[in-house]
Design a protein around this ligand. Structure first.
Ligand code: ZN
Length: 119
């Protein structure tokens, strides 16, 4: 029978027990510690959830890329075009990184469900 619960450290190939959060040999983080549910952590998470979108909103408000792009001056317009292109590229990369992280999170949840049932 294949033992799916045996994990090896990615850095030093030490055999790890499923309950380990760090490799005992080299200290590499193996998996995330369980998330804290204490009231202080909850409050922090809720505050971030409220505040972060507003930070994004005000940051975009300070971005002058569109103003540059609408300018009649060729040079200014070119600067605006480059700014918009950079913003677009950055946004695509952000989406891509977000997508990878989302997939990794889903995969790790699936793995933990599978190991909980011992399949
Ligand atoms: Zn290790």
């Amino acid at each position: 029978m294949e033992n799916t619960e045996t994990k090896l450290c990615a850095m030093c190939h030490q055999i790890l027990k499923p309950e380990y959060y760090f490799c005992p040999n080299c200290g590499t983080k193996v998996q995330d510690s369980p998330l804290s549910t204490n009231p202080a952590e909850q409050t922090k998470l809720y505050i971030y959830s409220i505040v972060l979108p507003w930070i994004g909103f005000f940051t975009i408000g300070k971005w002058d890329g569109i103003k540059y792009l609408k300018s009649k001056d060729e040079k200014t317009k070119q600067i605006g075009f480059i700014a918009c292109a950079l913003m677009g590229i950055s946004f695509v990369i952000l989406c891509y990184v977000g997508y990878i992280q989302y997939n990794a999170a889903v995969k790790s949840i699936n793995n933990s469900i599978t190991s909980d049932f011992g399949i």
